[in-house]
Design a protein around this ligand. Structure first.
Ligand SMILES: [Zn+2]
Length: 356
């Protein structure tokens, strides 16, 4: 019996090894797999600015595709274009140029600015190629962009389509100024001592500022307040948006109309500033309160939040500039100095960043 068992085990082991070799060979040949593709995209995204090639030779053939950029911008507005090389090519850099600089200009690393109304093609080509392999035909890609008339108030707004660098306190996030799926700030869990309706996360500086603000709020003795939403990941926002679309498709809307209707109440993924980890939604009873601004608690935050670095992000009198309906519950951390200026000059964030 033992010998038979052993023979069986040996045969099984040989079979497993053989199958593994076949799988590894196939995956090496096709170059496909779930995780590596994601990593390749991340690596490729940074190649436009990265300076450390980690690979000597080009893996050919490869493809180039455009992974971000707004299809329509206003005159004076900017959008950031990114190209992804598949498989990743750390040695290869890309270069952007505009085929009609009267309509749109673009920096070599992909920051496009609208010049005049019209449409133009932006082209991305590969440069800095290993001359050991000159025979490769290098891929290029074209991106069509439309430029529309400036709306006045929002002209010259910088649009971030990929993770912003540097000081993020003043980043504007909306449907035309997005954060990428990989944008994940470092956040801390909001401790249980701070009233919230669920487990919440904020960046350490926003949490510190909120803690101080809450202490002052409690001293003022105007009632209770709860955080009902803080940091939301790209994935979470995506789920919320999908749920909202489903509510409309269940009501008989077609996909496109449902999407449009959903956008009036929930931001699409990448378009919510909750993804920055600098934003809180407040409530006195755990629900979204459209009258929060007229409650004692709402009034206190309206008059005092700036002292702690927070601003009312979507004021009633700035809807035409922010493009977002009045949200008395939604506060955004920008830092004490900026918040004081914004408050005392009666500005919204869009107006303030134009003064920077
Ligand atoms: Zn909010």
């Amino acid at each position: 019996m033992d010998t038979i068992k052993k023979t069986g085990l040996v045969a099984l082991a040989v079979f497993i090894v053989a199958v593994s070799v076949i799988i590894l060979t196939i995956s090496a040949l096709t170059g496909k797999g779930d995780e590596p593709v994601k990593e390749e995209q991340d690596t490729a995204k940074t190649t436009t600015t990265a300076t450390e090639p980690t690979q000597d030779e080009i893996v050919a053939p490869f493809e180039i595709s455009i992974s971000s950029g707004a299809p329509t911008i206003a005159v004076g507005d900017q959008t950031v274009l990114s190209a992804v090389l598949t498989p990743a090519q750390p040695r290869v850099k890309v270069c952007w140029y505009s085929e009609d600089t009267n309509v749109v200009v673009v920096t070599t690393d992909g920051i496009a600015t609208g010049v005049s109304e019209g449409s133009a093609q932006l082209k991305v080509v590969c440069i800095n190629v290993d001359e050991k392999n000159p025979e490769y035909s290098l891929p290029s890609a074209t991106y069509s962009i439309s430029v529309v008339a400036a709306t006045g108030e929002t002209g010259n707004q910088v649009i971030y389509d990929r993770p912003p660098r540097g000081n993020q306190d003043l980043i504007v996030v909306n449907t035309s100024s997005q954060l990428s799926a990989s944008y994940t700030p470092t956040v801390k869990q909001v401790p249980e001592s701070i009233p919230a309706t669920k487990v919440c996360y904020l960046t350490p500086e926003a949490l510190q500022a909120y803690t101080e603000m809450l202490a002052a709020f409690k001293k003022a003795n105007v009632g209770d307040v709860y955080i009902i939403s803080a940091y939301r990941s790209y994935k979470k926002q995506s789920e919320l948006f999908t749920e909202q679309i489903k509510i409309f498709t269940d009501q008989g809307y077609d996909e496109a109309s449902a999407r449009e209707a959903a956008m009036t109440t929930v931001n699409p993924p990448g378009c919510s500033e909750h993804q920055l980890g600098l934003t809180i939604d407040l409530s006195t009873d755990g629900t979204t309160q459209h009258d929060f601004g007229s409650l004692a608690q709402g009034k206190w935050f309206l008059n005092n939040a700036h002292r702690y670095g927070f601003i009312l992000r979507y004021p009633a009198d700035k809807v035409s500039i922010t493009g977002i309906a009045y949200e008395p519950w939604h506060y955004r951390y920008v830092g004490v100095e900026h918040a004081n200026y914004i408050y005392s000059h009666d500005l919204c964030l869009e107006e303030y960043i134009q003064l920077q």
